[in-house]
Write a protein that binds this ligand. Structure first.
Ligand code: DI6
Ligand code: FE
Length: 404
């Protein structure tokens, strides 16, 4: 098979090496064999016989190449928006008033249930295309605005179809335990029974890669979350959790006990929680968009995570209520400015660590044998990717070994 060569670039491999920030290779060459990387290194070391077999040769014109970006936490599939609520609030309405008018998460559930699969897909595609335009090659999408078997299935099918119709790899997460729908008001345990009925059915249809829940005073308790995770374990599905976003409920420790891929948000994470995550190898997914949009003041304990060597990922949390955001590059900037991550940590957070948060060891770094998903950027230094606000220096994205 004919190989493809990229040269005239520097490559941020993102391989962890304390002596080489970003795993950077200057004056690099990269050889693609089908959907995989065959060779990555300094151009002068490229074996001549390999170079000869490269049918396609690309001059990257001095671009910086990074792994394809990975958004490991999104609620990208939903209908409608909540800009009316945003405006009401800025005109002085209180949370209760908005809730009484049917606002909040319930309004997105209502809009998502009412939307046809085609409408839902059309609206979600706009956000997907924004992410793709910034070099995203892998994206997680959660359900959780349907909250019935029929509508959760619809959301997950739309997510899968978006993945088939675009050059992007999509992982779906069942978040039936996102909120208690109005028809189950004050009957959380009954609704959870319903969620437990949905899970094996949706899994059997091939719609579920992982299971998530919103563990919070206003949503599901740790005991309820544990019931769900027990069911996931029986089905062989990995879990992750919205944990410690608004209070310390001990969710991270609970999730770590189930070997969670990740615990997400974590503003209120305790030392015990961090220890448990480190032991379990769970990734801390930080979501600066939600922190910013909800005007939170409690920062996620980044130093604690560093101290316990818990890997940190960054994601958009793209959703209409707490993070109406479809820019992963903006999240890089906000992870640095708001959470004080270094630009290197931030970039690792949307590449290597985000891959780990999704349980995908085949991507997130550029090395032989890994997927040929990578991005050419019009920047000279990797830090520029987190430095600029609202810029998009993406020149070209290669997905599955093909120019996208
Ligand atoms: N945490 C959040 O911040 C969002 N969901 C969650 O579990 C809020 C979702 C929404 O308001 O629509
Ligand atoms: Fe979320």
């Amino acid at each position: 098979m004919s190989l493809k060569l990229w040269q005239g670039c520097s490559v941020a491999t993102m391989l962890p090496n304390p002596a080489v920030p970003y795993g950077l290779i200057e004056d690099a060459a990269l050889v693609v064999d089908g959907a995989l990387l065959r060779w990555v290194g300094e151009r002068r070391d490229l074996p001549p016989e390999l170079a000869r077999r490269c049918g396609q040769q690309h001059d990257a014109g001095g671009a910086l190449i990074t792994p394809g970006l990975i958004d490991c936490h999104s609620h990208l599939v939903y209908a409608g928006d909540r800009s009316d609520e945003f405006e009401l609030r800025l005109n002085g309405a209180t949370y209760e008033e908005i809730a009484r008018r049917g606002g909040g998460i319930a309004s997105t559930v209502q809009a998502t249930r009412s939307a046809s699969p085609e409408e839902l897909k059309t609206q979600s595609r706009v956000r997907l295309q924004q992410l793709l335009g910034e070099g995203v090659t892998t994206l997680e999408i959660k359900s959780g605005y349907g909250l019935t078997l029929e509508h959760e299935r619809k959301m997950l099918q739309v997510a899968r179809e978006l993945g088939q119709e675009h050059a992007v790899s999509i992982r779906t997460t069942f978040l039936g335990a996102h909120a208690v729908p109005p028809e189950f008001a004050a009957r959380t345990d009954d609704y959870l029974d319903e969620v437990l009925r949905m899970l094996p059915l949706l899994q059997a249809e091939g719609l579920v890669d992982a299971v998530d829940a919103f563990c919070e005073r206003i949503a599901f308790s740790p005991a309820q979350t544990a019931r769900l995770f027990e069911a996931a374990r029986q089905l062989g599905l990995p879990v992750k959790l919205h944990a410690e976003q608004l209070s310390d409920s001990g969710g991270a420790e609970l999730a770590a006990g189930f070997g969670a891929l990740s615990c997400d948000h974590l503003e209120w994470l305790s030392e015990q929680g961090a220890q448990a995550m480190a032991k379990a190898g769970s990734v801390a997914v930080l979501l600066p968009g939600a922190f910013y949009f909800l005007r939170e003041s409690r920062l996620p304990p980044v130093d604690l995570l560093r101290r316990h060597q818990v890997p940190m990922a960054i994601a958009t949390d793209c959703n209409p209520g707490s993070s109406p955001c479809s820019s992963l590059l903006l999240m890089l900037n906000m992870a640095c400015t708001l959470f004080r991550l270094t630009p290197q940590e931030a970039l690792a957070g949307v590449t290597r660590q985000a891959a780990q948060a999704l349980g995908l060891p085949d991507r997130g770094v550029l090395a032989p044998g890994k997927r040929a998903d990578f991005v050419l950027w019009d920047v000279r230094q990797a830090a520029q990717l987190s430095y600029a606000l609202g810029a998009n220096p993406c020149i070209q994205t290669i997905f599955n070994g093909e120019v996208r």
